[in-house]
Design a protein around this ligand. Structure first.
Ligand code: HEC
Length: 139
């Protein structure tokens, strides 16, 4: 009798393991969906905080200058946009770090800029927006 016990017990364990695997499989789609959801969240972050004033299309200036290829672009450098002198004279090239800090606290990066009214966003949101600008802005 005793020698038979392990068999049913281990098949019971197997059932548990299989049930666990099914649970895992069922819960996987949501974690797999994170990639497209990440893209979606990044786009959403841009729409929420920037789109009122900015487009990522080349030449499409609105209240703010277009953000096409903004990473690697010199600050205040579009010829057809009327920047504040603070932005025109900023004298740096936008990289991830500058852009993130500018979104969180514009005045700390370009003091006297006229990106108004703009309340600032969290560093977490800013990171999403940078990811979006990198993709959508044709970097
Ligand atoms: C209320 C309108 C408004 C909102 C919202 C806004 N901006 Fe701006 N943005 C402006 C204006 C106006 C300027 C020009 C500032 C200047 O000349 O001093 C500007 C300038 C910029 C620049 C400098 C561009 C260059 O050519 O050097 C960047 C980068 C920028 N904004 C990014 C963003 C991002 C990213 C968001 C969203 C998180 C955002 N802005 C939200 C109005 C806005």
């Amino acid at each position: 009798m005793q020698s038979r016990l392990p068999t049913p017990r281990s098949s019971w364990l197997c059932t548990i393991a299989a049930a666990g695997a099914v649970t895992l499989l069922l819960s996987t789609p949501s974690s797999l969906a994170q990639q497209p959801a990440g893209d979606e969240a990044a786009h959403q972050a841009f729409n929420n905080s920037c789109r009122t004033c900015h487009s990522v299309k080349e030449g499409d200036n609105r209240l703010g200058p277009n953000l096409n290829k903004i990473l690697g672009r010199k600050a205040g450098s579009l010829p057809d946009y009327n920047y504040s002198s603070a932005m025109k004279d900023a004298g740096f090239v936008w990289d991830q770090d500058k852009l993130t800090r500018f979104m969180v606290k514009p005045d700390e990066v370009v003091s006297g800029n006229k990106m108004q009214p703009y309340g600032g966003i969290s560093a977490e949101e800013a990171a999403k927006v940078v990811a979006y600008l990198q993709r959508a802005g044709g970097q």
